[in-house]
Design a protein around this ligand. Structure first.
Ligand code: NCD
Ligand code: ZN
Length: 356
């Protein structure tokens, strides 16, 4: 297969930050995707419906700026879907308001688990009232699935989260709809694939392009490689293969979420570098490369364009995008406000390109 046409895809896990960097990063996503679910881990975090809707307006304004600047290479009529940041104090009334105002989901960041998670949840049991309300109104909970205690090895944090937090949580809230975000392990994949959903609520998982393409060796190829550092951290090859198997399978429980997470070059290439890989500029090409590596390109459309929309019970997109087997070189960097932004695979040649 040298060419593939997909229904316009959605990115169900995206960080775009705020302020003067918005037009630049949004132009990348809006040129490939019809919709993206925007993560709420700003500083301060998006903990109220009012702040989520204000953020959505700033995103719309930034898209207009990007369009005026000619930064979009396609006009997909991009739409930002919003999420709310769960805290120990989120009241049930905010969940009801979120449902009413069209906020799509609520995100659980265990306190200290990742970038801007200091206001996250210290003990998920403190949120039981809000979670009950979410289960009642069908508001999905998105989980950053890692335990945070320092005694647990960084490579084991996701697997530990399943037994310590996720499964007990689903037992306590049997109707709760859950998305296990950016899964990185065979353990998480098997938990989602095999989860009982007749007694317990629906569950699905997003998978990033970088976790389909790389194992943890990428962090240390010839030296330390900060642009491959993200959370949850890259894992062993056996885990990568398990994720690739799931993404390219017929299971409706796995769909696309890039977790593209821009950080300024200086803050990635730093003595204490930030976690996050920037993939929004070439997301579809990276996924196509991963699917192609196992001869499963035909499965890409379901993963990228159908299953997420179906899980969130929103309409599938109209419109199409075509990828072809044609080499392209990834730029060394992009502008990022007054800083630079280094994409994953900077300077490398990819074998897939979008037909414009
Ligand atoms: C994300 C970020 O930078 O906001 N970083 C990351 O490594 N993925 C946060 C997150 O999704 O964990
Ligand atoms: Zn993320």
């Amino acid at each position: 297969m040298n060419q593939i046409t997909l229904t316009l895809p959605d990115d169900f896990h995206l960080h775009v930050r705020d302020g003067d960097v918005l037009p630049q990063v949004l132009s990348h996503t809006a040129s490939q995707f019809r919709r993206a679910l925007i993560m709420p881990n700003l500083r301060p975090p998006v903990t109220t419906v009012a702040s989520a809707l204000a953020y959505q307006e700033r995103i719309k304004d930034a898209l207009k700026v990007a369009t005026q600047q000619g930064a979009l290479t396609a006009t997909n009529n991009f739409q930002a879907l919003m999420s709310l940041y769960l805290t120990d104090q989120t009241p049930s009334s905010e969940i009801l308001l979120a449902k009413d105002k069209g906020v799509l989901a609520v995100k659980l960041y265990p306190a200290g688990a990742t970038t801007n998670s200091d206001s996250g949840v210290t003990d998920i049991r403190l949120c039981d009232d809000s979670l009950d309300t979410m289960a009642q109104v069908g508001m999905p909970l998105l989980v950053h699935g890692e335990v945070t205690h320092s005694a647990i090895d960084i490579f084991d944090r996701e697997a530990k989260f399943i037994e310590e937090v996720l499964h007990p949580l689903r037992l306590r809230h049997p109707k709760l709809k859950v998305v296990f975000e950016h899964i990185t392990t065979k353990d998480a994949m098997e938990y989602v694939r095999d989860a009982e959903v007749s007694e317990l609520g629906p569950i699905a998982a997003t998978i990033t392009a970088h976790h389909l393409m790389y194992n943890r060796n990428a962090l240390f190829t010839g030296g330390i490689r900060p642009h491959y550092y993200c959370l949850p951290i890259l894992k062993r090859e056996a885990h990568r293969l398990a994720l690739l198997d799931a993404a390219t399978s017929d299971s409706s429980r796995f769909f696309l979420g890039t977790d593209s997470a821009p950080h300024a070059k200086d803050l990635k290439e730093h003595t204490c570098g930030c976690a996050g890989c920037y993939t929004a500029s070439h997301a579809l090409e990276l996924y196509a490369t991963a699917f192609d590596s196992v001869g499963k390109l035909r499965q890409l459309e379901a993963f990228a364009s159908f299953r997420g929309a179906d899980f969130y019970q929103i309409p599938r997109n109209h419109g199409q995008i075509t990828l072809q087997r044609q080499q392209q070189q990834v730029p060394n960097h992009y502008a990022f406000g007054n800083d630079l932004l280094v994409p994953l695979n900077a300077g490398e040649v990819l074998n897939w390109s979008i037909v414009r």
